[in-house]
Design a protein around this ligand. Structure first.
Ligand code: BG6
Length: 519
């Protein structure tokens, strides 16, 4: 593959295939690899984006065999493929999959890995270019990278590349994120590090930039002059399922806010970058987080709601209370829901509240951003039956039913002047006939070609933790228990989250009509 300047998005219509390379996946027998990474690799191969000279080395802590891992991945593809699978192609990829058991902290494991990679590189002709993907529990990130460094496995010599993907969460607070970053930089240079947030692999998330900056229509209205407030909702119907071991010590705030919700926040609020490249885009995103006003303890109490689901039903299916879920403490105070009001203290957004909410076991699965515009002046409707003018709003539907819904006011036909709210709806599927994907394809491809635009920079992550740190600190305190609001599974979260907006004369809106917008 021809060399491409680091950190620049592909400008051609069809990106070039990746050159010969291999992928070492730590945590290869886990859920992420089976459900998402391997189906994504298959899709890349099916689209001709992966070379024939490609191999996967799976590394896991438990004993397994090459065939054992191949079976896990074959099964994963059968269950989670996003398109029809060409078995011949799948088997070709699987024939270059091998497994290596390892103790992540034992240097001898890395010596064996090094020897194994050399063999694979010769056999599969990967030219010694390697992507290390850390699909492990976060506690292993630092250890694995340190050991890779000590074993000389991340050295890039003679034009070869070695890149490392770090899954989320990156640290569990401001200090630990900084410490992890310092540790990574002992072994790696910044352009070798790819801090992943799979929300950036979603087409609709990337489309926020296209919507704002490829249209002359919206950007002139995109400021406090015209926008009343912004709502960001990431609602899930799934509960904690079998992830209690990870989720109970983590909670909704750490799991979703400094990463996925802040991706949506920063792309919505950032200034236009000067180019679609890693430096320009990520700098603008970081500036947004740096401008978010830090909450005082008093404001945490007033502006942040934390909730936990109790027994209920989602889509008619019974859901057990969070505290009864597997690997969750019976008296757990972990939040499964969080809502907050943030303000961005810059010239574009001062005075415009951003309301964010995310939760598990809610009524509907939807991720969306609602831009609520200011009301039009009322004067000409005085003396008519019109009592009020609903606000215009635009909802960017990130998933599912990807698209954009613009709500405007129109005259209701008839002899008197009456106003009704009508919608202009754009659905992705009506315009673009692209095969479904896992969302990881672009991200894996980008790490292989060394384009970091869709990955997190350390300072952006730290700026995100800075925003949530006062909330974490306050929740550590004695009042933590008192502030946990219970909500039944299958609803829309705690009442306190509705009150958060009602206090300001506003209401949550979602595009599917489940919570019809009120004027
Ligand atoms: C993950 C979180 O990062 O994102 C999960 O750890 C969450 O708790 C998931 O369910 C949501 O991702 P998506 O793509 O389904 O919106």
């Amino acid at each position: 593959m021809a060399a491409k300047p680091a950190g620049t998005r592909q400008r051609c219509a069809k990106p070039a295939p990746v050159g010969p390379c291999g992928m070492v996946i730590f945590g290869a027998t886990g859920d992420l690899t089976r459900r998402l990474l391997f189906p994504a690799i298959y899709n890349l191969a099916a689209d001709g984006m992966l070379p024939k000279e490609f191999a996967i080395v799976g590394v896991g802590r438990r004993d397994n065999s090459h065939e054992g891992l191949q079976d896990i991945l074959r099964q994963g593809l059968a269950e989670h493929a996003t398109r029809n699978v060409d078995q011949k192609l799948a088997e070709r990829i699987l024939s270059n999959v091998t497994f290596m058991p390892a103790n992540f902290s034992d240097p001898r494991s890395y010596a064996r890995l090094s020897a194994h990679m050399e063999e694979v590189a010769v056999k599969a002709e990967t030219r010694d270019n390697w992507l290390f993907y850390l699909a492990t529990p976060p506690s292993a990130f630092g250890t694995v990278v340190e050991q890779l460094g000590k074993a000389g496995l991340v050295k890039q010599a003679n034009g070869t590349w070695r890149h490392v993907v770090i899954e989320k969460p990156f640290g569990n607070d401001f200090e630990s994120a900084k410490a992890l970053d310092a540790l990574l930089h002992k072994s790696l240079t910044e352009d070798q590090i790819f801090r992943i947030d799979h929300y950036l692999g979603k087409e609709t998330v990337q489309n926020i930039m296209a919507l704002r900056f490829a249209n002359g229509l919206f950007e002139p209205l995109w400021s406090r002059e015209h926008i009343d407030h912004v709502q960001i909702t990431v609602a899930e119907t799934v509960g904690v399922e079998e992830r209690g071991r990870f989720y109970d010590p983590t909670g909704a705030l750490r799991d979703m806010v400094p990463n996925h919700l802040f991706q949506l926040l920063t792309l919505t609020a950032m200034e236009p970058p000067t180019a679609f490249d890693a430096h320009a885009v990520r700098s603008e995103k970081t500036k947004v987080l740096e401008a978010v006003r830090e909450l005082t303890p008093q404001e945490v109490v007033q502006n942040v709601v934390r909730g936990q689901y109790t027994e209920g039903a989602v889509d008619g299916h019974p859901v057990v209370a969070y505290r009864k879920a597997e690997h969750v403490a019976a008296d757990s105070n972990t939040e499964t829901y969080v809502a907050m009001k943030l303000t961005i203290d810059n010239w574009r957004w001062a005075g415009v509240p951003f309301y964010l909410r995310t939760g598990k076991a809610l009524a509907t699965r939807t991720s969306e951003i609602a831009i609520n515009f200011k009301r039009a002046p009322f004067t000409i409707f005085r003396g008519t039956p019109v009592e009020h003018l609903p606000r215009n709003f635009m909802i960017l539907r990130i998933q599912p039913n990807e698209g954009i819904d613009l709500r405007i006011n129109a005259k209701v036909p008839g002899p008197s002047v009456r106003i009704g709210s009508v919608g202009m709806d754009f659905a992705y599927k009506d315009y673009f006939d692209t095969p479904a994907s896992t969302g990881y394809e672009t991200l894996i491809y980008d790490c292989m070609i060394g384009d970091a635009t869709l990955f997190q920079r350390a300072d952006t992550i730290e700026a995100g933790w800075r925003v949530v740190q006062p909330i974490l600190d306050h929740w550590q305190g004695r009042t933590r228990k008192r502030e946990l609001q219970m909500y039944p599974a299958g609803g829309w979260g705690p009442e306190a989250a509705d009150a958060l907006l009602e206090r300001d004369g506003r209401h949550w809106v979602v595009s599917n009509g489940a919570d019809a917008p009120k004027p």
